[in-house]
Design a protein around this ligand. Structure first.
Ligand code: ADP
Ligand SMILES: O=c1ccn([C@@H]2O[C@H](COP(=O)(O)O)[C@@H](O)[C@H]2O)c(=O)[nH]1
Length: 287
């Protein structure tokens, strides 16, 4: 919500106080729904557009935030009997620390994870640099309120269960060293019940639900467009940028009362956004 009001002068300055850090997008959905693929498409689109190609956008995956297991738990995990889909399987302290760093635009490190060993790779990390946009993806990305409250936008990737299971079988046999038997046992004993208990109920927190995942190019284009709008507004508001307007008069970039008919809104998509901004503007004014 905050980011959408960015072009309205006084609101801009208010909102800058509200969101000092990066624009954070939570991406939740069942196993193999296409969360990583959707994030990848968003990142590619931002990098390919000349106006946003220099923006820093990064993806943090909850897949790297599993906690260390004790010997008995590791034994169960090797047999596909440990519940990796339960919130208790995650290292919430690590997750909280990484989110804090990300929000404060500090460089941070995320452990690398080995699915064949069901464990972190000792001493190996992925560096996360300070970024303008951060995507946080995972089956339980919306589960913990303390994580969820950080998001400026929430996406739920909604792919049907048959498709997800088929993809998981292909992926886990090819990339995660699993047998078909182990995958199906794990799926029926823990993955599916935990999806129904923890992941699916969190769909209600989504701002945007993306049916069919990365195949849904219309949804991805719309999301990418709103990220570009946020980046453009952030650039205008930045005191370090030559076109920053600070506390001066309103920038000529956008007047919600006239913009839906002027030449800035050349495409239907832009028209849609100007209407959207205007609606949000009116709601904010009435509040
Ligand atoms: N639209 C799609 N069509 C076919 N395969 C897909 C599609 N989206 C994802 N996949 C495949 O399904 C598997 C899971 O996708 P991924 O994006 O990693 O999902 P998640 O992050 O939700 O687990 C991967 O092997 C990926 O290549
Ligand atoms: O050691 C592990 C850790 C996790 N899993 C499974 O991974 C998925 C989550 O990853 P997606 O990329 O969202 O599919 C989760 O369902 C766990 O069951 C695992 O099998 N082993």
């Amino acid at each position: 919500m905050a980011a959408i009001h960015h072009r309205h002068g006084g609101f801009c300055r208010e909102l800058k106080k509200v969101r000092k850090g990066p624009f954070i997008i939570g991406v939740a959905g069942g196993t193999a729904s296409g969360k990583s693929s959707v994030c990848q498409k968003i990142i590619e689109a931002i990098h390919q557009d000349p106006s946003t190609k220099d923006s820093k956008i990064v993806c943090v995956s909850l897949d790297n935030m599993y906690r260390d297991l004790g010997p008995d738990e590791s034994e169960k995990a090797a047999q596909g009997k440990f519940n990796f889909d339960h919130p208790d399987a995650f290292d919430l302290n690590l997750l909280t620390k990484i989110m804090k760093d990300v929000k404060e635009k500090k460089s941070t490190q995320v452990p690398k994870y080995d699915y064949r060993l069901n464990a972190r790779i000792s001493g190996e990390f992925v560096a996360i640099e300070p970024s303008d946009v951060v995507l946080v993806e995972g089956i339980l990305a919306f589960y913990w309120p303390e994580l969820r409250d950080n998001y400026d936008m929430k996406l739920f990737v909604d792919t049907d269960a048959d498709t997800r299971l088929a993809r998981r079988v292909r992926r886990d046999t090819a990339e995660r060293g699993r047998s078909l038997d182990t995958i199906l046992n794990q799926y029926t004993s823990t993955v599916k019940p935990a999806f129904e208990e923890f992941c699916l109920p969190s769909k209600k927190f989504a701002d945007v639900i993306i049916p069919r995942g990365a195949d849904n190019t219309v949804a991805i284009d719309l999301i990418v467009q709103s990220i570009k709008d946020v980046l453009a507004a952030d650039q205008q508001l930045s005191p370090t940028k030559p076109n920053a307007h600070g506390d001066g008069p309103l920038p000529p970039a956008f007047d919600p009362l006239v913009d839906s008919s002027n030449k800035r809104c050349q495409t239907q998509k832009q028209y849609f956004y100007s209407e959207l901004f205007y609606c949000e503007y009116l709601i904010t004014v009435s509040l």
